[in-house]
Design a protein around this ligand. Structure first.
Ligand SMILES: [Zn+2]
Length: 122
């Protein structure tokens, strides 16, 4: 049976074509590539603010630690360095305490209100 004509879903093309396969959504490979690249670009743009905030936090902790594996800093110091406390990549538990991680770095709140910056593996 003849397959019905279809419109290419690439919005910049919208060419009407005869599909060779049931699942065919694009008139050609380059439309498929163009459309997928555009979607990937949009996804990267959406994630950019979060990625940038995380990378900034990471570089602040990297700078604080230098070659050390631990350092104690105050909340004010981190705020002064423009650390954004809303962005973490993951959390961990250690001795019933929450550690907020930014990739390979961790932040642990101490009883005096200061923060311990830790470097951990993985
Ligand atoms: Zn097309």
């Amino acid at each position: 049976m003849e397959k019905a004509d279809r419109t290419c879903i690439n919005p910049d093309c919208q060419y009407v074509f005869k599909p060779r396969r049931q699942s065919q959504k694009y008139c050609c490979r380059s439309c498929q590539r163009e459309y997928n690249n555009k979607k990937a670009r949009e996804r990267r743009e959406q994630l950019k603010p979060t990625t940038n905030a995380l990378m900034k936090n990471r570089s602040i902790l990297e700078r604080i630690l230098g070659s050390r594996n631990e350092a104690i800093v105050s909340m004010d110091y981190l705020q002064g360095a423009e650390f954004n406390f809303s962005y973490y990549s993951q959390t961990k538990r250690s001795d019933d305490q929450m550690i907020f991680c930014i990739y390979e770095y961790g932040l642990q709140k101490l009883s005096d209100g200061k923060l311990k910056v830790i470097r951990h593996d993985g």
